[in-house]
Design a protein. Structure first.
Length: 313
């Protein structure tokens, strides 16, 4: 029986979206179902399952609606989808997603390169998505994820004042949460502390998730820094899948297994069963044969005598 106490942190698994759209191979739909089932069985209660973008751009996400509909059958799960624009939001709402996440680049250069829109135009898009949500599905949550918040491969430094400004604009556009993403793996813990503190001072309770990458080995340190600043939602990916198309062989997203281990070892409950989480790697491997996956904890195993306090059986 799983303990019913509310976990102290929410681990938001992004592998089925962020991970799968970063690899060349396309995971068959039935394999996606099995993997998402295994993640849910491990206790994950928020999963970003798909991205609603044209299949011509991302064939890996052509089955987004089906995947959302399958995920809706899993009890207690918040089914999240990435949408880049109003059209994507319409499709995601039609499929029944519980939560939408919209990437907004803090870097002016990245915004133009990625979505061919200025940051101001993306704020307009956010406002339109919020209006659509209010009209069609008032219960659905809308999150803005500020990408390149800690630095950009195109323009280098991203001024912190601009990130704070953008967070305020997103909040004013009516989104429920504003998260900060280290898209490029440039962040360090001092910067993470500083920026989350400034954003919280600006938008208060709308301060959302930390989406950290492990490109330079600082993913967990950055998550801990964000935790110390009051962040309680963390994005990560099983096996560290995806998140870094520019550095082949390097882990991108923070590894869910390592992140859960860190928090559980600290006595911070995640609601996730580590043994079942490790088992979910088999479903991922079966769906993407030959794709490298990462994780220090899965490779080393759990420490001798390690017990997860809040989870029994
Ligand atoms: Zn990522």
């Amino acid at each position: 029986m799983r303990d019913t106490t509310t976990p102290q942190v929410l681990i938001s698994e992004v592998g089925p979206r962020d991970g799968l759209q970063s690899v060349k191979a396309t995971m068959p739909t039935q394999r996606k179902f099995a993997w998402i089932d295994a993640l849910h069985a491990a206790g994950l209660r928020e999963i970003e399952v798909a991205s609603f973008v044209p299949a011509t751009l991302l064939p890996q996400m052509a089955d987004a609606s089906e995947v959302v509909q399958h995920a809706l059958s899993l009890p207690g799960l918040t089914v999240m989808a990435l949408v880049p624009n109003v059209r994507g939001a319409q499709a995601a709402l039609a499929a029944g997603a519980h939560k939408l996440t919209i990437p907004v680049s803090a870097s002016a250069a990245h915004s133009m390169a990625n979505v061919r829109k200025t940051r101001e135009q993306m704020i307009d898009e956010l406002r339109a998505i919020v209006a659509l949500r209010d009209e069609r599905a008032p219960g659905v949550k809308v999150e803005a994820g500020i990408s390149t918040a800690f630095g950009c491969t195109l323009q280098g430094e991203v001024p912190e004042d601009e990130v704070v400004w953008l967070a305020a604009q997103c909040a004013a556009a009516g989104v429920d949460d504003v998260g900060l993403s280290d898209t490029t793996g440039y962040a360090n813990p001092a910067q993470v502390r500083r920026l989350f503190r400034r954003v919280r001072a600006e938008i208060g309770d709308k301060t959302g998730a930390a989406h950290m990458h492990n490109t330079r080995g600082l993913g967990l340190a950055n998550c801990l820094a964000a935790y110390d600043e009051g962040v309680r939602t963390f994005d990560s990916s099983l096996g560290g899948l995806g998140g870094c198309p520019y550095a082949p062989g390097a882990s991108g997203n923070v590894v869910t297994e390592d992140l859960v281990f860190m928090f559980e070892a600290m006595g911070v409950s995640t609601g996730v069963d580590l043994n079942r989480l490790m088992a979910a790697r088999e479903a991922l491997k079966a769906g993407l044969p030959g794709e490298p996956i990462y994780g220090m904890t899965p490779e080393a195993g759990l420490p001798k005598g390690f017990v997860q306090e809040a989870i029994h059986g």
